[in-house]
Design a protein around this ligand. Structure first.
Ligand code: MSP
Length: 512
């Protein structure tokens, strides 16, 4: 059996989950569901990043111990993933023993190899970004990334010899076309690598920060954040405790991330892996950011979108659909409630919802709720032929979209079919066929519509799982659990199937 291992970043637990977290997880869930439907053995992992200064700070501000604080936040993420229908297979927290053990092993291997060394460090530290900067990198004496205050810090720390592997990494990126995607991100990293790499500071003195993982060969230091968190990708798939599982799933097929955490994932991480003798992941895909209008979302601006609020007001599938369809995956998007409502009203209520409801209404009216039988599988006119050809091409169009990690491409191909089917109803005017006693023509076209809806319900399974199940229920399709992408073939719908019309799946949202 072919395998597919996909990961999300581990989210910091210092703030509530927001649109960015939900975006990555919805994208990964869509790919994971698709691969399962294609017969792959899938390992889909998400989790939380729980060490570090800023998490300790937030815990302190709430008068809590860090461990009690992180224990209280991890379930909030799990609860959101449940509400968003995220079908993850494992959830890893960086405070778990299975992870901490692997971090310690990795440190030991690198230390013995001489790839970790102790040195004096002086630099400007940005706590929100958990990053050190040199004086020259600061912009107006502020952090170049988040533009917040930095503090000067001098201390003894451990360093990882990134510089030793710089040429290896450049060669690796150049010779592995799929390693960094999309291409614009690959170029960004290659141009970053034109300058000499600084070795990476991977420790903090325990006296300053106790909320990290103990460094086995130095009681005065802990490690945390990037060096700690990245290792989750191997600890969760059995690197230390399940060699068979590890052999099956590593290297990961996709690490899905946002564009801001590209450097740790495509510079630090492949070098760490290479240094301990493991292969890098096949692909690191960096998606774009959601903005509010043209503005960055931030707590201080008070414009952060809360996925829980969106789901309770608009429904989980409408939210999933909007994020996946509105922009091409990889580029930035502009979020607004108006745009979300416009999509719900046009694509979901008008196009999909109408096609389903009016088709079922006609099956109910003309054929007493039973899908009629087609005369044969020949199509007597060009309109019908074009429609069926389109439906038959759905499988390969979705594959094309998924293989290139372009969700809007897949969804657009489904909507092209839906729109064609709506037009088909207007062109064929079934109400005239019924009046003119053209019973066979009416049967043929009603079968065709139901068959298209069956195929649409399958094609939507990865993107909108709940809608897909509801559609299948209204179409009277049994054995919903057993459906797979191999059912995306024309003519599998059994005549005589009894439909259950039900209510429209996506009522229009009236805006005052
Ligand atoms: N803990 C690190 C990741 C460690 S992975 C081994 C981290 N966590 S985070 O919670 O700050 O960010 C997680 C993800 O959210 C990042 O991939 C980031 O790109 C994404 N987003 C944060 N805001 C976003 C938007 N407004 N839009 C889209 N994604 C954004 O970084």
């Amino acid at each position: 059996m072919k395998k597919f291992y996909i990961t999300t970043p581990l989210y910091y637990v210092n703030s509530a989950p927001h649109i960015g977290h939900s975006y990555t997880n919805i994208a990964c869930d869509t790919l994971a569901r698709y691969k399962r439907l294609m017969g792959y053995e899938v390992l889909f992992v998400t989790g939380t990043d729980e060490h570090g200064q800023k998490i300790k700070d937030v815990a302190e501000s709430k008068a809590m111990e860090p461990k009690a604080f992180v224990d209280s936040v991890a379930p909030i993420f799990k609860d959101l993933w449940k509400r968003l229908d995220i079908s993850y297979d494992d959830f890893i927290r960086t405070t778990e023993k299975r992870h901490e053990d692997v971090v310690k092993d990795t440190l030991n291997i690198l230390y013995k190899k001489g790839d970790l060394y102790e040195g004096e460090y002086s630099g400007w530290y940005c706590t929100p970004c958990e990053s050190f900067w040199t004086k020259a990198q600061l912009v107006d004496d502020l952090c170049p990334d988040c533009k917040r205050k930095v503090e000067e810090i001098k201390e003894k720390n451990f360093f990882f010899r990134l510089s030793k592997y710089q040429n290896w990494l450049i060669d690796y990126i150049n010779s592995h076309e799929d390693f960094i995607k999309p291409a614009i991100r690959k170029n960004e990293m290659l141009s970053f690598l034109k300058n000499p790499l600084n070795d990476l500071c991977i420790s903090r003195p325990a006296s300053r920060l106790s909320w990290g993982i103990d460094i086995p060969f130095s009681k005065d230091h802990v490690t945390y954040v990037w060096f700690d968190a990245l290792i989750n990708y191997i600890s969760v798939c059995g690197y230390k405790d399940n060699p068979e599982k590890f052999k099956k799933f590593w290297p990961a097929d996709i690490h899905m991330i946002g564009k801001d955490i590209l450097r740790p994932h495509t510079v630090y991480w492949p070098i760490m892996l290479h240094a301990i003798g493991l292969e890098p992941p096949m692909t690191v895909f960096a998606h774009g950011w959601w903005k509010m209008g043209g503005d960055k979302m931030s707590k201080s601006k008070g414009n952060v979108v809360d996925p829980r609020d969106m789901v309770s007001r608009f429904g989980v599938d409408a939210y999933r659909f909007f994020l996946l369809k509105e922009v091409q995956f990889g580029v930035d998007g502009s979020f607004s409630e108006e745009a979300l409502i416009a999509r719900i009203n046009s694509d979901l209520a008008n196009d999909l919802g109408n096609l389903l409801h009016r088709s079922l209404t006609m099956v109910e009216k003309y054929f007493a709720e039973f899908v009629p039988e087609r005369r044969d599988l020949k199509y007597s006119d060009e309109i019908t032929k074009a429609l069926i050809d389109k439906a038959c091409g759905l499988d390969s169009e979705i594959k094309k979209g998924m293989d290139s990690i372009d969700f809007s491409y897949g969804l657009n191909s489904i909507w092209d079919l839906i729109n064609m089917a709506n037009k088909f109803i207007e062109q064929k005017a079934p109400w005239k066929l019924a009046k003119g006693n053209k019973q066979d023509d009416l049967k043929d076209m009603m079968y065709d519509l139901c068959e298209i809806l069956r195929m649409v319900s399958i094609a939507l399974m990865p993107f909108m799982p709940d809608t897909s199940v509801k559609m299948a229920g209204q179409l009277g399709l049994g054995d919903i659990e057993k459906r797979s992408f191999s059912d995306l073939k024309w003519g599998l719908l059994k005549p005589g199937t009894k439909i259950n019309k039900g209510t429209p799946l996506f009522p229009r949202i009236e805006v005052n």
